[in-house]
Design a protein around this ligand. Structure first.
Ligand SMILES: Nc1ncnc2c1ncn2[C@@H]1O[C@H](COP(=O)(O)OP(=O)(O)OP(=O)(O)O)[C@@H](O)[C@H]1O
Length: 763
């Protein structure tokens, strides 16, 4: 129930409560300021200490300084809406709920972290299951001042109405950056956020049901609840594109969490920033299970025999090499089961031994005693290894390979690809082939990752040495850590230092890397938990890459199968996950659409179902003020009609963020038109949006994003561009929080079926 304060009595009660809240909240901010000052001073002290200070050395000091800095950043990030709720229990205790937990100088808790078990009833209590809660209060802030509050009295018959706080949150104009929903998380969302970390949790929900919001809040919840475990291994959050990562990157810091590794699918392999895959057909092929075999074949083809007997010269002695010897050495190396680059060592050793035997037979009779001693043996082997002839021959037969080199050659050398992929058709091969050294695409990344596993690291002497010294550092650090925990307790740092962090700090360059930094530099890093957003888009090969990063299979997977770009999407999560976590996953569903008004949701669902796609339409929280509109025009008038539509939407929502969605040539055509008419206002999805209030995006990049007014240019082309799949059009239509306009130069008959039902506006 929302309390109404009509009578003088209730008005004065409200005012009194408001004053009390203001006092309390100002105490909370005072405490926040004190803590900030404290940590800054501690940091300054630690930075001022010389090598003689209480810390053993420079790098140790850096580690602690970094932890203080993290805490300072966290305290800075929770400034906005530090507190947003209060729970009054049956036993007349009041608890304030906020972004982080705070205690006063007597160690009395004055603010409860929203993730703490004590805060859970704020999100979960209902009139039917009050969990000891008598009143739930939503506190609305403006800067550091309490503006107003709203009470839900759970013992009242009116309890359970949609709160004003929620309605204003979902109706507010969008800023282009996603905000957190910590003050208005709904019960079905909270159950998912607080679900146990183990196993694979799949969250299926239609457009706008808060999947992304839930995924982010869950990451923050898990880090809080399982901090000890996750501090060592980290959490990875994967999204579909860089535009999407930019859109969400402020949410976790605003929840006081900075330690999550956030990566788009194209940047999951260290050192590669892949471009979007331009060809949906190539993307589909590269995602298939069979690519595993293609890459294995590609590697095997680089282990090759010589066609006929050949000769090599070592120290002026000619040695004969026969195909049978190479074949045996290859067989031996393959049997070792090691990755290509490590197995190469076996191959080389075998061949050196074979050549040595031959050489010994030639050399021995020339010695007076007829014997080859130990020193001679190792000298001869060394000579064989270093002979240019031998090296050239062995490289020809078994070349050390890099993953990027292999994939680049595979996709640009027709014969190599044909030989490695006998199971693909000629036209599929053509789809895959491209220019040598063309930039890698997002669909290449899992292929590179797969190749990296099959190839293993390049074996170099330097590599061996570095590994050994890394291990030494780690051992020393592990010992140092024993003592370190006491020091940590003394200085009261809210963080965890692991042996790995200390070891990293011992590196000669003195660079201190956090777990998040280290994880994203290391392909073989395995995370404690992986969160995957827009999961319906992932191919088999992409799933394979992700499951490699969490062998314990601790995942939160959020997505909507109906929003998949491809023409033939899976219709159940079971078939998607079967190869990776058979019978090892659980499903949760989200059912309320917080973004898109019902009028627009219905139109979008109609388009999707008319194309034969199964959609679950969530219940929209708002009916909406405007019907979606379809405008027919001619190619000559398209630009004018678009500008008029933009203008009309700004009249409707002057503070709004407008999204123009177009693909291919349409995108290129409208960009200069918009730039000319609205200079400095167009945002094309890269970098920060700042004051730009018109976003121009492709359908692919619009995934997961939202705009107050959406204008789709040539909607039928969104379908053609995706290989006749309606998925991207469905996604584009459901990006709107207020209005949707579609502009087309096609005839009614040329439009996707469900679009024709949309109203044509009265001009
Ligand atoms: N409990 C909530 N309180 C306030 N706003 C919410 C709540 N849940 C979701 N929202 C808002 O609804 C919008 C849609 O949320 P989100 O982007 O997480 O949905 P989604 O399910 O990931 O959507 P899609 O699959 O269509 O991309 C966002 O603006 C989000 O902040």
């Amino acid at each position: 129930m929302t309390d109404h304060y009509a009578s003088t009595d209730t008005t004065s009660w409200y005012q009194q409560q408001l004053d009390e809240e203001r006092d309390y909240v100002s105490r909370l901010y005072d405490r926040l300021d004190v803590l900030r000052d404290e940590k800054k001073q501690q940091l300054a002290r630690i930075q001022a200490q010389g090598l003689q200070g209480s810390f053993q050395n420079q790098s140790e000091r850096d580690s602690f300084a970094s932890l203080y800095q993290d805490r300072i950043n966290q305290l800075a990030a929770v400034e906005e809406q530090l507190v947003f709720g209060r729970l009054d229990t049956d036993d007349e205790v009041s608890r304030h709920i906020g972004r982080i937990g705070l205690s006063d100088d007597q160690q009395t808790r004055i603010l409860i972290d929203w993730r703490a078990p004590d805060a859970a009833p704020f999100y979960q209590a209902t009139a039917a299951n009050r969990q000891g809660v008598a009143r739930r209060r939503h506190i609305m802030m403006s800067g550091r001042t309490v503006e107003s509050f709203e009470d839900d009295v759970l013992t009242s018959t009116e309890s359970g109405q949609t709160s004003q706080a929620l309605l204003s949150a979902v109706s507010a104009p969008r800023t282009g950056a996603m905000g957190d929903i910590v003050s208005t998380i709904q019960r079905e969302q909270d159950e998912i956020i607080r679900d146990a970390m183990r196993g694979v949790l799949v969250v299926q929900g239609g457009p706008g049901t808060g999947k992304t919001a839930v995924a982010l809040h869950r990451a923050a919840y898990l880090l809080y609840t399982y901090r000890d475990r996750l501090a060592k291994s980290g959490v990875l959050l994967v999204g579909p594109s860089e535009a999407f990562m930019n859109y969400i990157d402020q949410v976790l810091p605003s929840l006081g969490e900075t330690g999550v590794v956030m990566r788009s699918l194209g940047t999951l392999y260290p050192g590669i920033e892949a471009q979007p895959e331009p060809d949906p057909v190539a993307a589909e092929i590269k995602g298939r299970l069979v690519m595993q075999e293609v890459i294995a074949n590609a590697v095997a083809l680089r282990q090759r025999n010589i066609p006929k007997t050949t000769w090599v010269t070592v120290d002026g002695i000619r040695l004969r090499v026969r195909p049978i010897q190479i074949r045996r050495a290859i067989g031996h190396a393959r049997e070792s089961g090691k990755p290509h680059n490590q197995a190469r060592e076996v191959f080389v050793d075998h061949m050196v031994r074979t050549l040595y035997d031959q050489m010994r037979d030639i050399v021995s009779p020339k010695r007076e005693d007829g014997l080859v001693n130990k020193a001679d043996r190792s000298y001869l082997r060394q000579e064989i290894r270093q002979s240019r002839d031998v090296r050239r021959l062995l490289n020809l037969c078994w070349m050390p390979l890099t993953p990027t080199g292999l994939i680049n050659e595979l996709l640009s050398q027709p014969k190599y690809l044909v030989d490695a992929a006998p199971m693909l058709t000629a036209s599929e091969i053509r789809n895959l082939l491209r220019e040598p050294k063309a930039p890698f695409t997002e669909a290449d990344v899992p292929l590179i990752d797969e190749a990296a596993v099959m190839l293993g690291d390049l074996v170099t002497d330097v590599g061996h040495g570095a590994k050994k010294s890394q291990q030494r550092d780690l051992d020393t650090a592990e010992a140092a850590l024993e003592n370190m925990h006491y020091t940590l307790e003394d200085i009261g740092v809210d963080g965890v230092v692991t042996a790995e962090m200390l070891a990293a700090a011992q590196q000669p360059e003195g660079t201190w890397y956090s777990i998040a930094d280290r994880a994203q530099r290391d392909r073989t890093w395995t995370y404690g938990h992986v969160v995957v957003d827009e999961a319906q888009e992932l191919s088999y090969m992409q799933w394979r890459m992700l499951f490699r990063r969490s062998p314990l299979r601790s995942f939160t997977i959020v997505g909507d199968l109906a929003q998949a770009s491809g023409a033939d999407p899976s219709t159940d999560w079971g078939s998607v996950l079967e190869p990776f976590a058979p019978n090892h996953w659980r499903l949760a569903e989200l059912t309320v659409n917080y973004r898109t008004p019902a009028r627009i949701t219905r139109a979008a669902a109609n388009v999707a179902t008319s194309a034969g796609r199964r959609v679950t339409t969530p219940t929209a929280l708002r009916e909406g003020d405007y019907e979606p509109e379809l405008q027919y025009t001619s190619p000559e008038e398209l630009e004018e009609v678009l500008l008029a539509a933009v203008n009309r939407q700004f009249q409707r929502i002057p503070e709004g963020l407008l999204g123009v969605i177009a693909v291919g040539e349409d995108y290129s055509q409208v960009q200069p038109v918009l730039e000319e008419r609205y200079p400095g206002q167009i945002w094309t999805g890269t970098g920060r949006r700042r004051d730009r209030n018109i976003a121009l995006v492709t359908a692919q990049n619009a995934k997961g994003l939202e705009y107050d007014a959406v204008i789709i240019v040539e909607p039928q082309n969104l379908v053609h561009d995706a290989g006749d799949s309606v998925g991207n059009l469905y996604v584009a239509m459901t990006r709107a929080t207020q209005t949707l306009t579609l502009i087309t130069t096609a005839s009614e008959a040329q439009l996707p079926a469900g679009l024709r039902d949309i109203k044509i506006p009265n001009s």
